[in-house]
Design a protein around this ligand. Structure first.
Ligand code: DQA
Length: 142
């Protein structure tokens, strides 16, 4: 079985109520339930933290257990060399996801410290970005 971890960073626990004009009105838990139904043959795990070091610890813990990681690092995307280093260190392919189109927003959102360590990035497609990333890992495993 394919083991995939979805990791959400800071403030993404507030999806559903947080700036719904940008991030939509669905909670991640609601979306995740639908995602698991859509991919019954994939072991999908979900982790969220607002704490940079905890995200790094979780990435480390994926080693030897997880074949693909889908990471929305939230604002740490634009600030964290430590997260970039963690992605490079673990040797597991990571797809970067952003719900909003970060390239069409503030200048400071146009820089991603993690993008160059990831296999690819999906942004601006809403929550469906996570589903597309799952699809990518399935296709790669076939
Ligand atoms: C985000 C975009 C980031 O710039 C922002 O800080 C977030 C969410 C997104 O999913 O669109 O927290 O990663």
């Amino acid at each position: 079985m394919l083991h995939i971890a979805i990791i959400n960073g800071p403030n993404l626990n507030l999806l559903g109520t947080r700036e719904p004009h940008i991030y939509g009105s669905q909670t991640f838990e609601q979306y995740f339930t639908v995602l698991k139904e859509r991919f019954p043959n994939v072991d999908l795990q979900y982790y969220q933290s607002n704490v940079e070091g905890e995200l790094i610890n979780y990435l480390h813990n994926c080693m030897g257990k997880i074949q693909g990681i889908i990471l929305n690092a939230g604002a740490y995307t634009h600030t964290s060399i430590a997260l970039a280093d963690a992605i490079a260190a673990i040797g597991i392919p990571v797809v970067e996801v952003h719900i909003s189109n970060v390239l069409a927003r503030e200048e400071y959102r146009k820089t991603s410290f993690i993008a160059s360590k990831c296999v690819g990035s999906i942004c601006g497609l809403g929550l469906e970005g996570y589903g597309l990333a799952v699809q990518y890992f399935i296709g790669k495993a076939e």
